[in-house]
Design a protein around this ligand. Sequence first.
Ligand SMILES: *[C@@H]1O[C@H](CO)[C@@H](O)[C@H](O)[C@H]1NC(C)=O
Length: 280
Amino acid sequence: MRSTSSLLSLLPALVGAIAPPTLDGLKLLWHDGFEGAAGSPPSDKWNIALSVNTNNELQTYSVSNQNIQISGGETMQLVPRKSRSGHWTSGRIETKDSWTPPPGGKLLIQSSLLLGNNAPGNQQGIWPAFWALGDAMRHGTQWPLAGELDIMERVSGSEVAYGTTHCGEFPGGVCNEPTGRGSTVPLPADGFHTWALQIDVTNPDWRAQSIQWMLDGKTWRTLTGADIGVEGTWSTLAHSPLYVLVNVAVGGDWPGNPNDSTMDGYGSMMELQYVAVYST
Ligand SMILES: *[C@@H]1O[C@H](CO)[C@@H](O)[C@H](O)[C@H]1NC(C)=O
């Protein structure tokens, strides 16, 4: 299945453009619908030239359109690739902007995305993620103090997606680092699905404020201020600026490394129709 020479743009666009939907009580603050010519890079709303070395991951993040490209069908594709010598490259983008839940209101981060349909046994080590990090990470605060909210992750072809919170001290702390606090939801059938995170700080009592993880509009996990229990830590998660990331990592501490059955290419990709940020 590996094709190191063909252009990504040979993959036909299978779906029409899907714009961020209108959501009750929320206004669209920002979005990218990934319009553009096949093979072109994501828009300048994103940082894409990233040198990231975390979790003992194997991949080098690349700006090549073998790894990251606008599809031409108003989607963006992040595609892990393995070279003849066995080196993995992949794609990662991060929003330049960051957003803070408005006092007394809500912030919602959403994407419609598809995960490659290689069989689970052929995705050992493949780790797609749609997530948010505290902007303080960009200003010297160490992980996980700055806060991390993982909206959707899949590891090694798992049959579930993970939604995890990282916060507070390392190791241990209220988020039980480095594991974090999380739960799982069964992965829906192949195809595009809507994954979202809503931070709801409408209640003046911080203990009653909440963060909700949603799949296709249904909440599958809720974390409250009371669950975190420390007001300052809650504040780093629910009252601080966040930026949004999407990437496909390969290998590392959590999924373990790829094996001889792991396949690269579209079947192990993540493809996005849009990323959108809303608030009250
Ligand atoms: C690779 O790992 C997967 C589990 O993620 C397993 O199903 C498969 O048999 C393994 N293949 C090899 C060659 O070890």
